[in-house]
Design a protein around this ligand. Structure first.
Ligand code: GDP
Length: 374
């Protein structure tokens, strides 16, 4: 349990508590202020009902926090969600971190297929980070939820921080809070390179975990990346597309002019190219519907929100932003290429043959092509 020494900040996420606007960050009903430990409504709901209630932090506020980090002497630990690497990437970080070293943490490694080579994933993350202007000192893969590789994380933090403070940054939903709780609960007294106190305080908008040498680990609030599909659907539907256990990839041998619907949230048209396997990495129970390209529009029209779910319900389907097209040409380079749909997963092409692909996804969702992760 996180204890507070500042009464007007949330013990869960560190945000300043306000009682006026339920849609803004830090809202708590006035009655909640009488409790010993005050948490904002969002944290309360997540904790007690496992319900994700998105709130947005002002981008300006967030930039102010990032700016502040640049002015410090610290180790910056940036957390990403390995299931949604692109969608969980914290944009703009290189501009703000100054000369501070960065440790890149890929969380949710428990979701990756069993036979995966983790060294390859780490190299892949280094490569992707470099493409975005960030040169991390190291990349570590963890599962905050399952408690995997937390020792390694703390040891690496201990080695890299060289007597400095540590700032943990990331967009919402990467599992930052789960990671912090893991650190607090399991590792307060462990014999590691770093020893944390199980009794953090909250500073203005950060959670502060004191370290033995008088320095601290600061957990900064996450910012919402609106390009993730999760922000366009209901919390119940979000739970349906969020993988709960290791992803079992599904292979579809597709002929040209065939389409795969990923629930009712995206569609992948294999427009042209020789018959080939498409490997789909999405939540294991997500319904995948295969149809002919020429029938695809009609199928959506008839079954959006009923057969093609999520979104669940006709109303939900109607309120989803309209689908827009993203066109990709996959070359026969012999290298695996992924087409990702942020928050939903990705489709992998072996690169043995050429493929023309069109992805339809709700407007605003980030869709793109990348070097194969697996
Ligand atoms: P935050 O917004 O970054 O603080 O993220 P949370 O800690 O609230 O986690 C967001 C969601 O990811 C929750 O549903 C967590 O249960 C889930 N989660 C966090 N860590 C892991 C992990 O290591 N593996 C998996 N599969 N899910 C995780």
């Amino acid at each position: 349990m996180i204890e507070q020494d500042v009464a007007n900040t949330c013990a869960g996420c560190g945000i300043a508590i306000q009682t006026e606007d339920p849609k803004r960050p830090g809202y708590a009903p006035a009655s909640a202020l009488e409790r010993k430990v005050v948490v904002c409504q969002r944290c309360y709901r997540i904790k007690h009902y496992n319900e994700v209630a998105p709130v947005s932090m002002d981008d300006d506020d967030f930039l102010r926090i990032l700016h502040g980090i640049g002015a410090t002497q610290s180790l910056v630990v940036m957390v990403v969600d390995i299931f949604d690497f692109q969608g969980s990437w914290l944009k703009g970080l290189p501009r703000f971190v100054g000369n501070n070293p960065i440790l890149l943490v890929g969380n949710k490694v428990d979701l990756l297929p069993r036979n995966i080579n983790l060294n390859r994933v780490r190299n892949w993350m280094q490569h992707e980070a470099k493409e975005r202007g960030l040169r991390p000192e190291d990349v570590i893969l963890i599962s905050a939820q399952k408690g995997l590789h937390i020792d390694e994380l703390l040891n690496r933090i201990g080695q890299l921080r060289k007597g400095r403070d540590v700032y943990i940054v990331g967009v919402t939903n990467v599992g930052k809070s789960t990671m912090i709780n893991r650190i607090l609960h399991d590792y307060g007294a462990a014999e590691l390179e770093i020893t944390t106190s199980p009794f953090p305080g909250t500073t203005l908008d950060k959670i502060e975990i004191p370290l033995e040498d008088g320095k601290s680990i600061f957990d900064t609030p996450g910012i919402i990346n609106r390009e993730q599909i999760g922000h366009m659907i209901s919390p119940a539907d979000l739970r349906k597309i969020t993988p709960k256990s290791r992803i079992n990839s599904k292979v579809y041998q597709l002929d040209p002019e065939q389409t795969l619907y990923l629930g009712g949230l995206a569609r992948v048209d294999f427009v042209r190219g020789p018959r080939q396997p498409l490997v789909v990495y999405v939540e294991n129970d997500l319904y995948i519907h295969r149809t002919k390209l020429e029938k695809a529009d009609e199928v959506l029209e008839k079954h959006h929100g009923s057969l093609l779910v999520p979104p669940t319900g006709e109303d939900a389907a109607k309120s989803l932003p309209p689908f827009v097209k993203h066109t990709f040409k996959i070359k026969a380079t012999g290298m695996t290429t992924d087409v990702f749909i942020s928050g939903l997963g990705w489709v992998s092409f072996q690169g043995k043959q050429e493929a023309h692909v069109v992805v339809h996804a709700p407007k605003g969702v980030s869709v793109g092509m990348r070097k194969g992760l697996i």
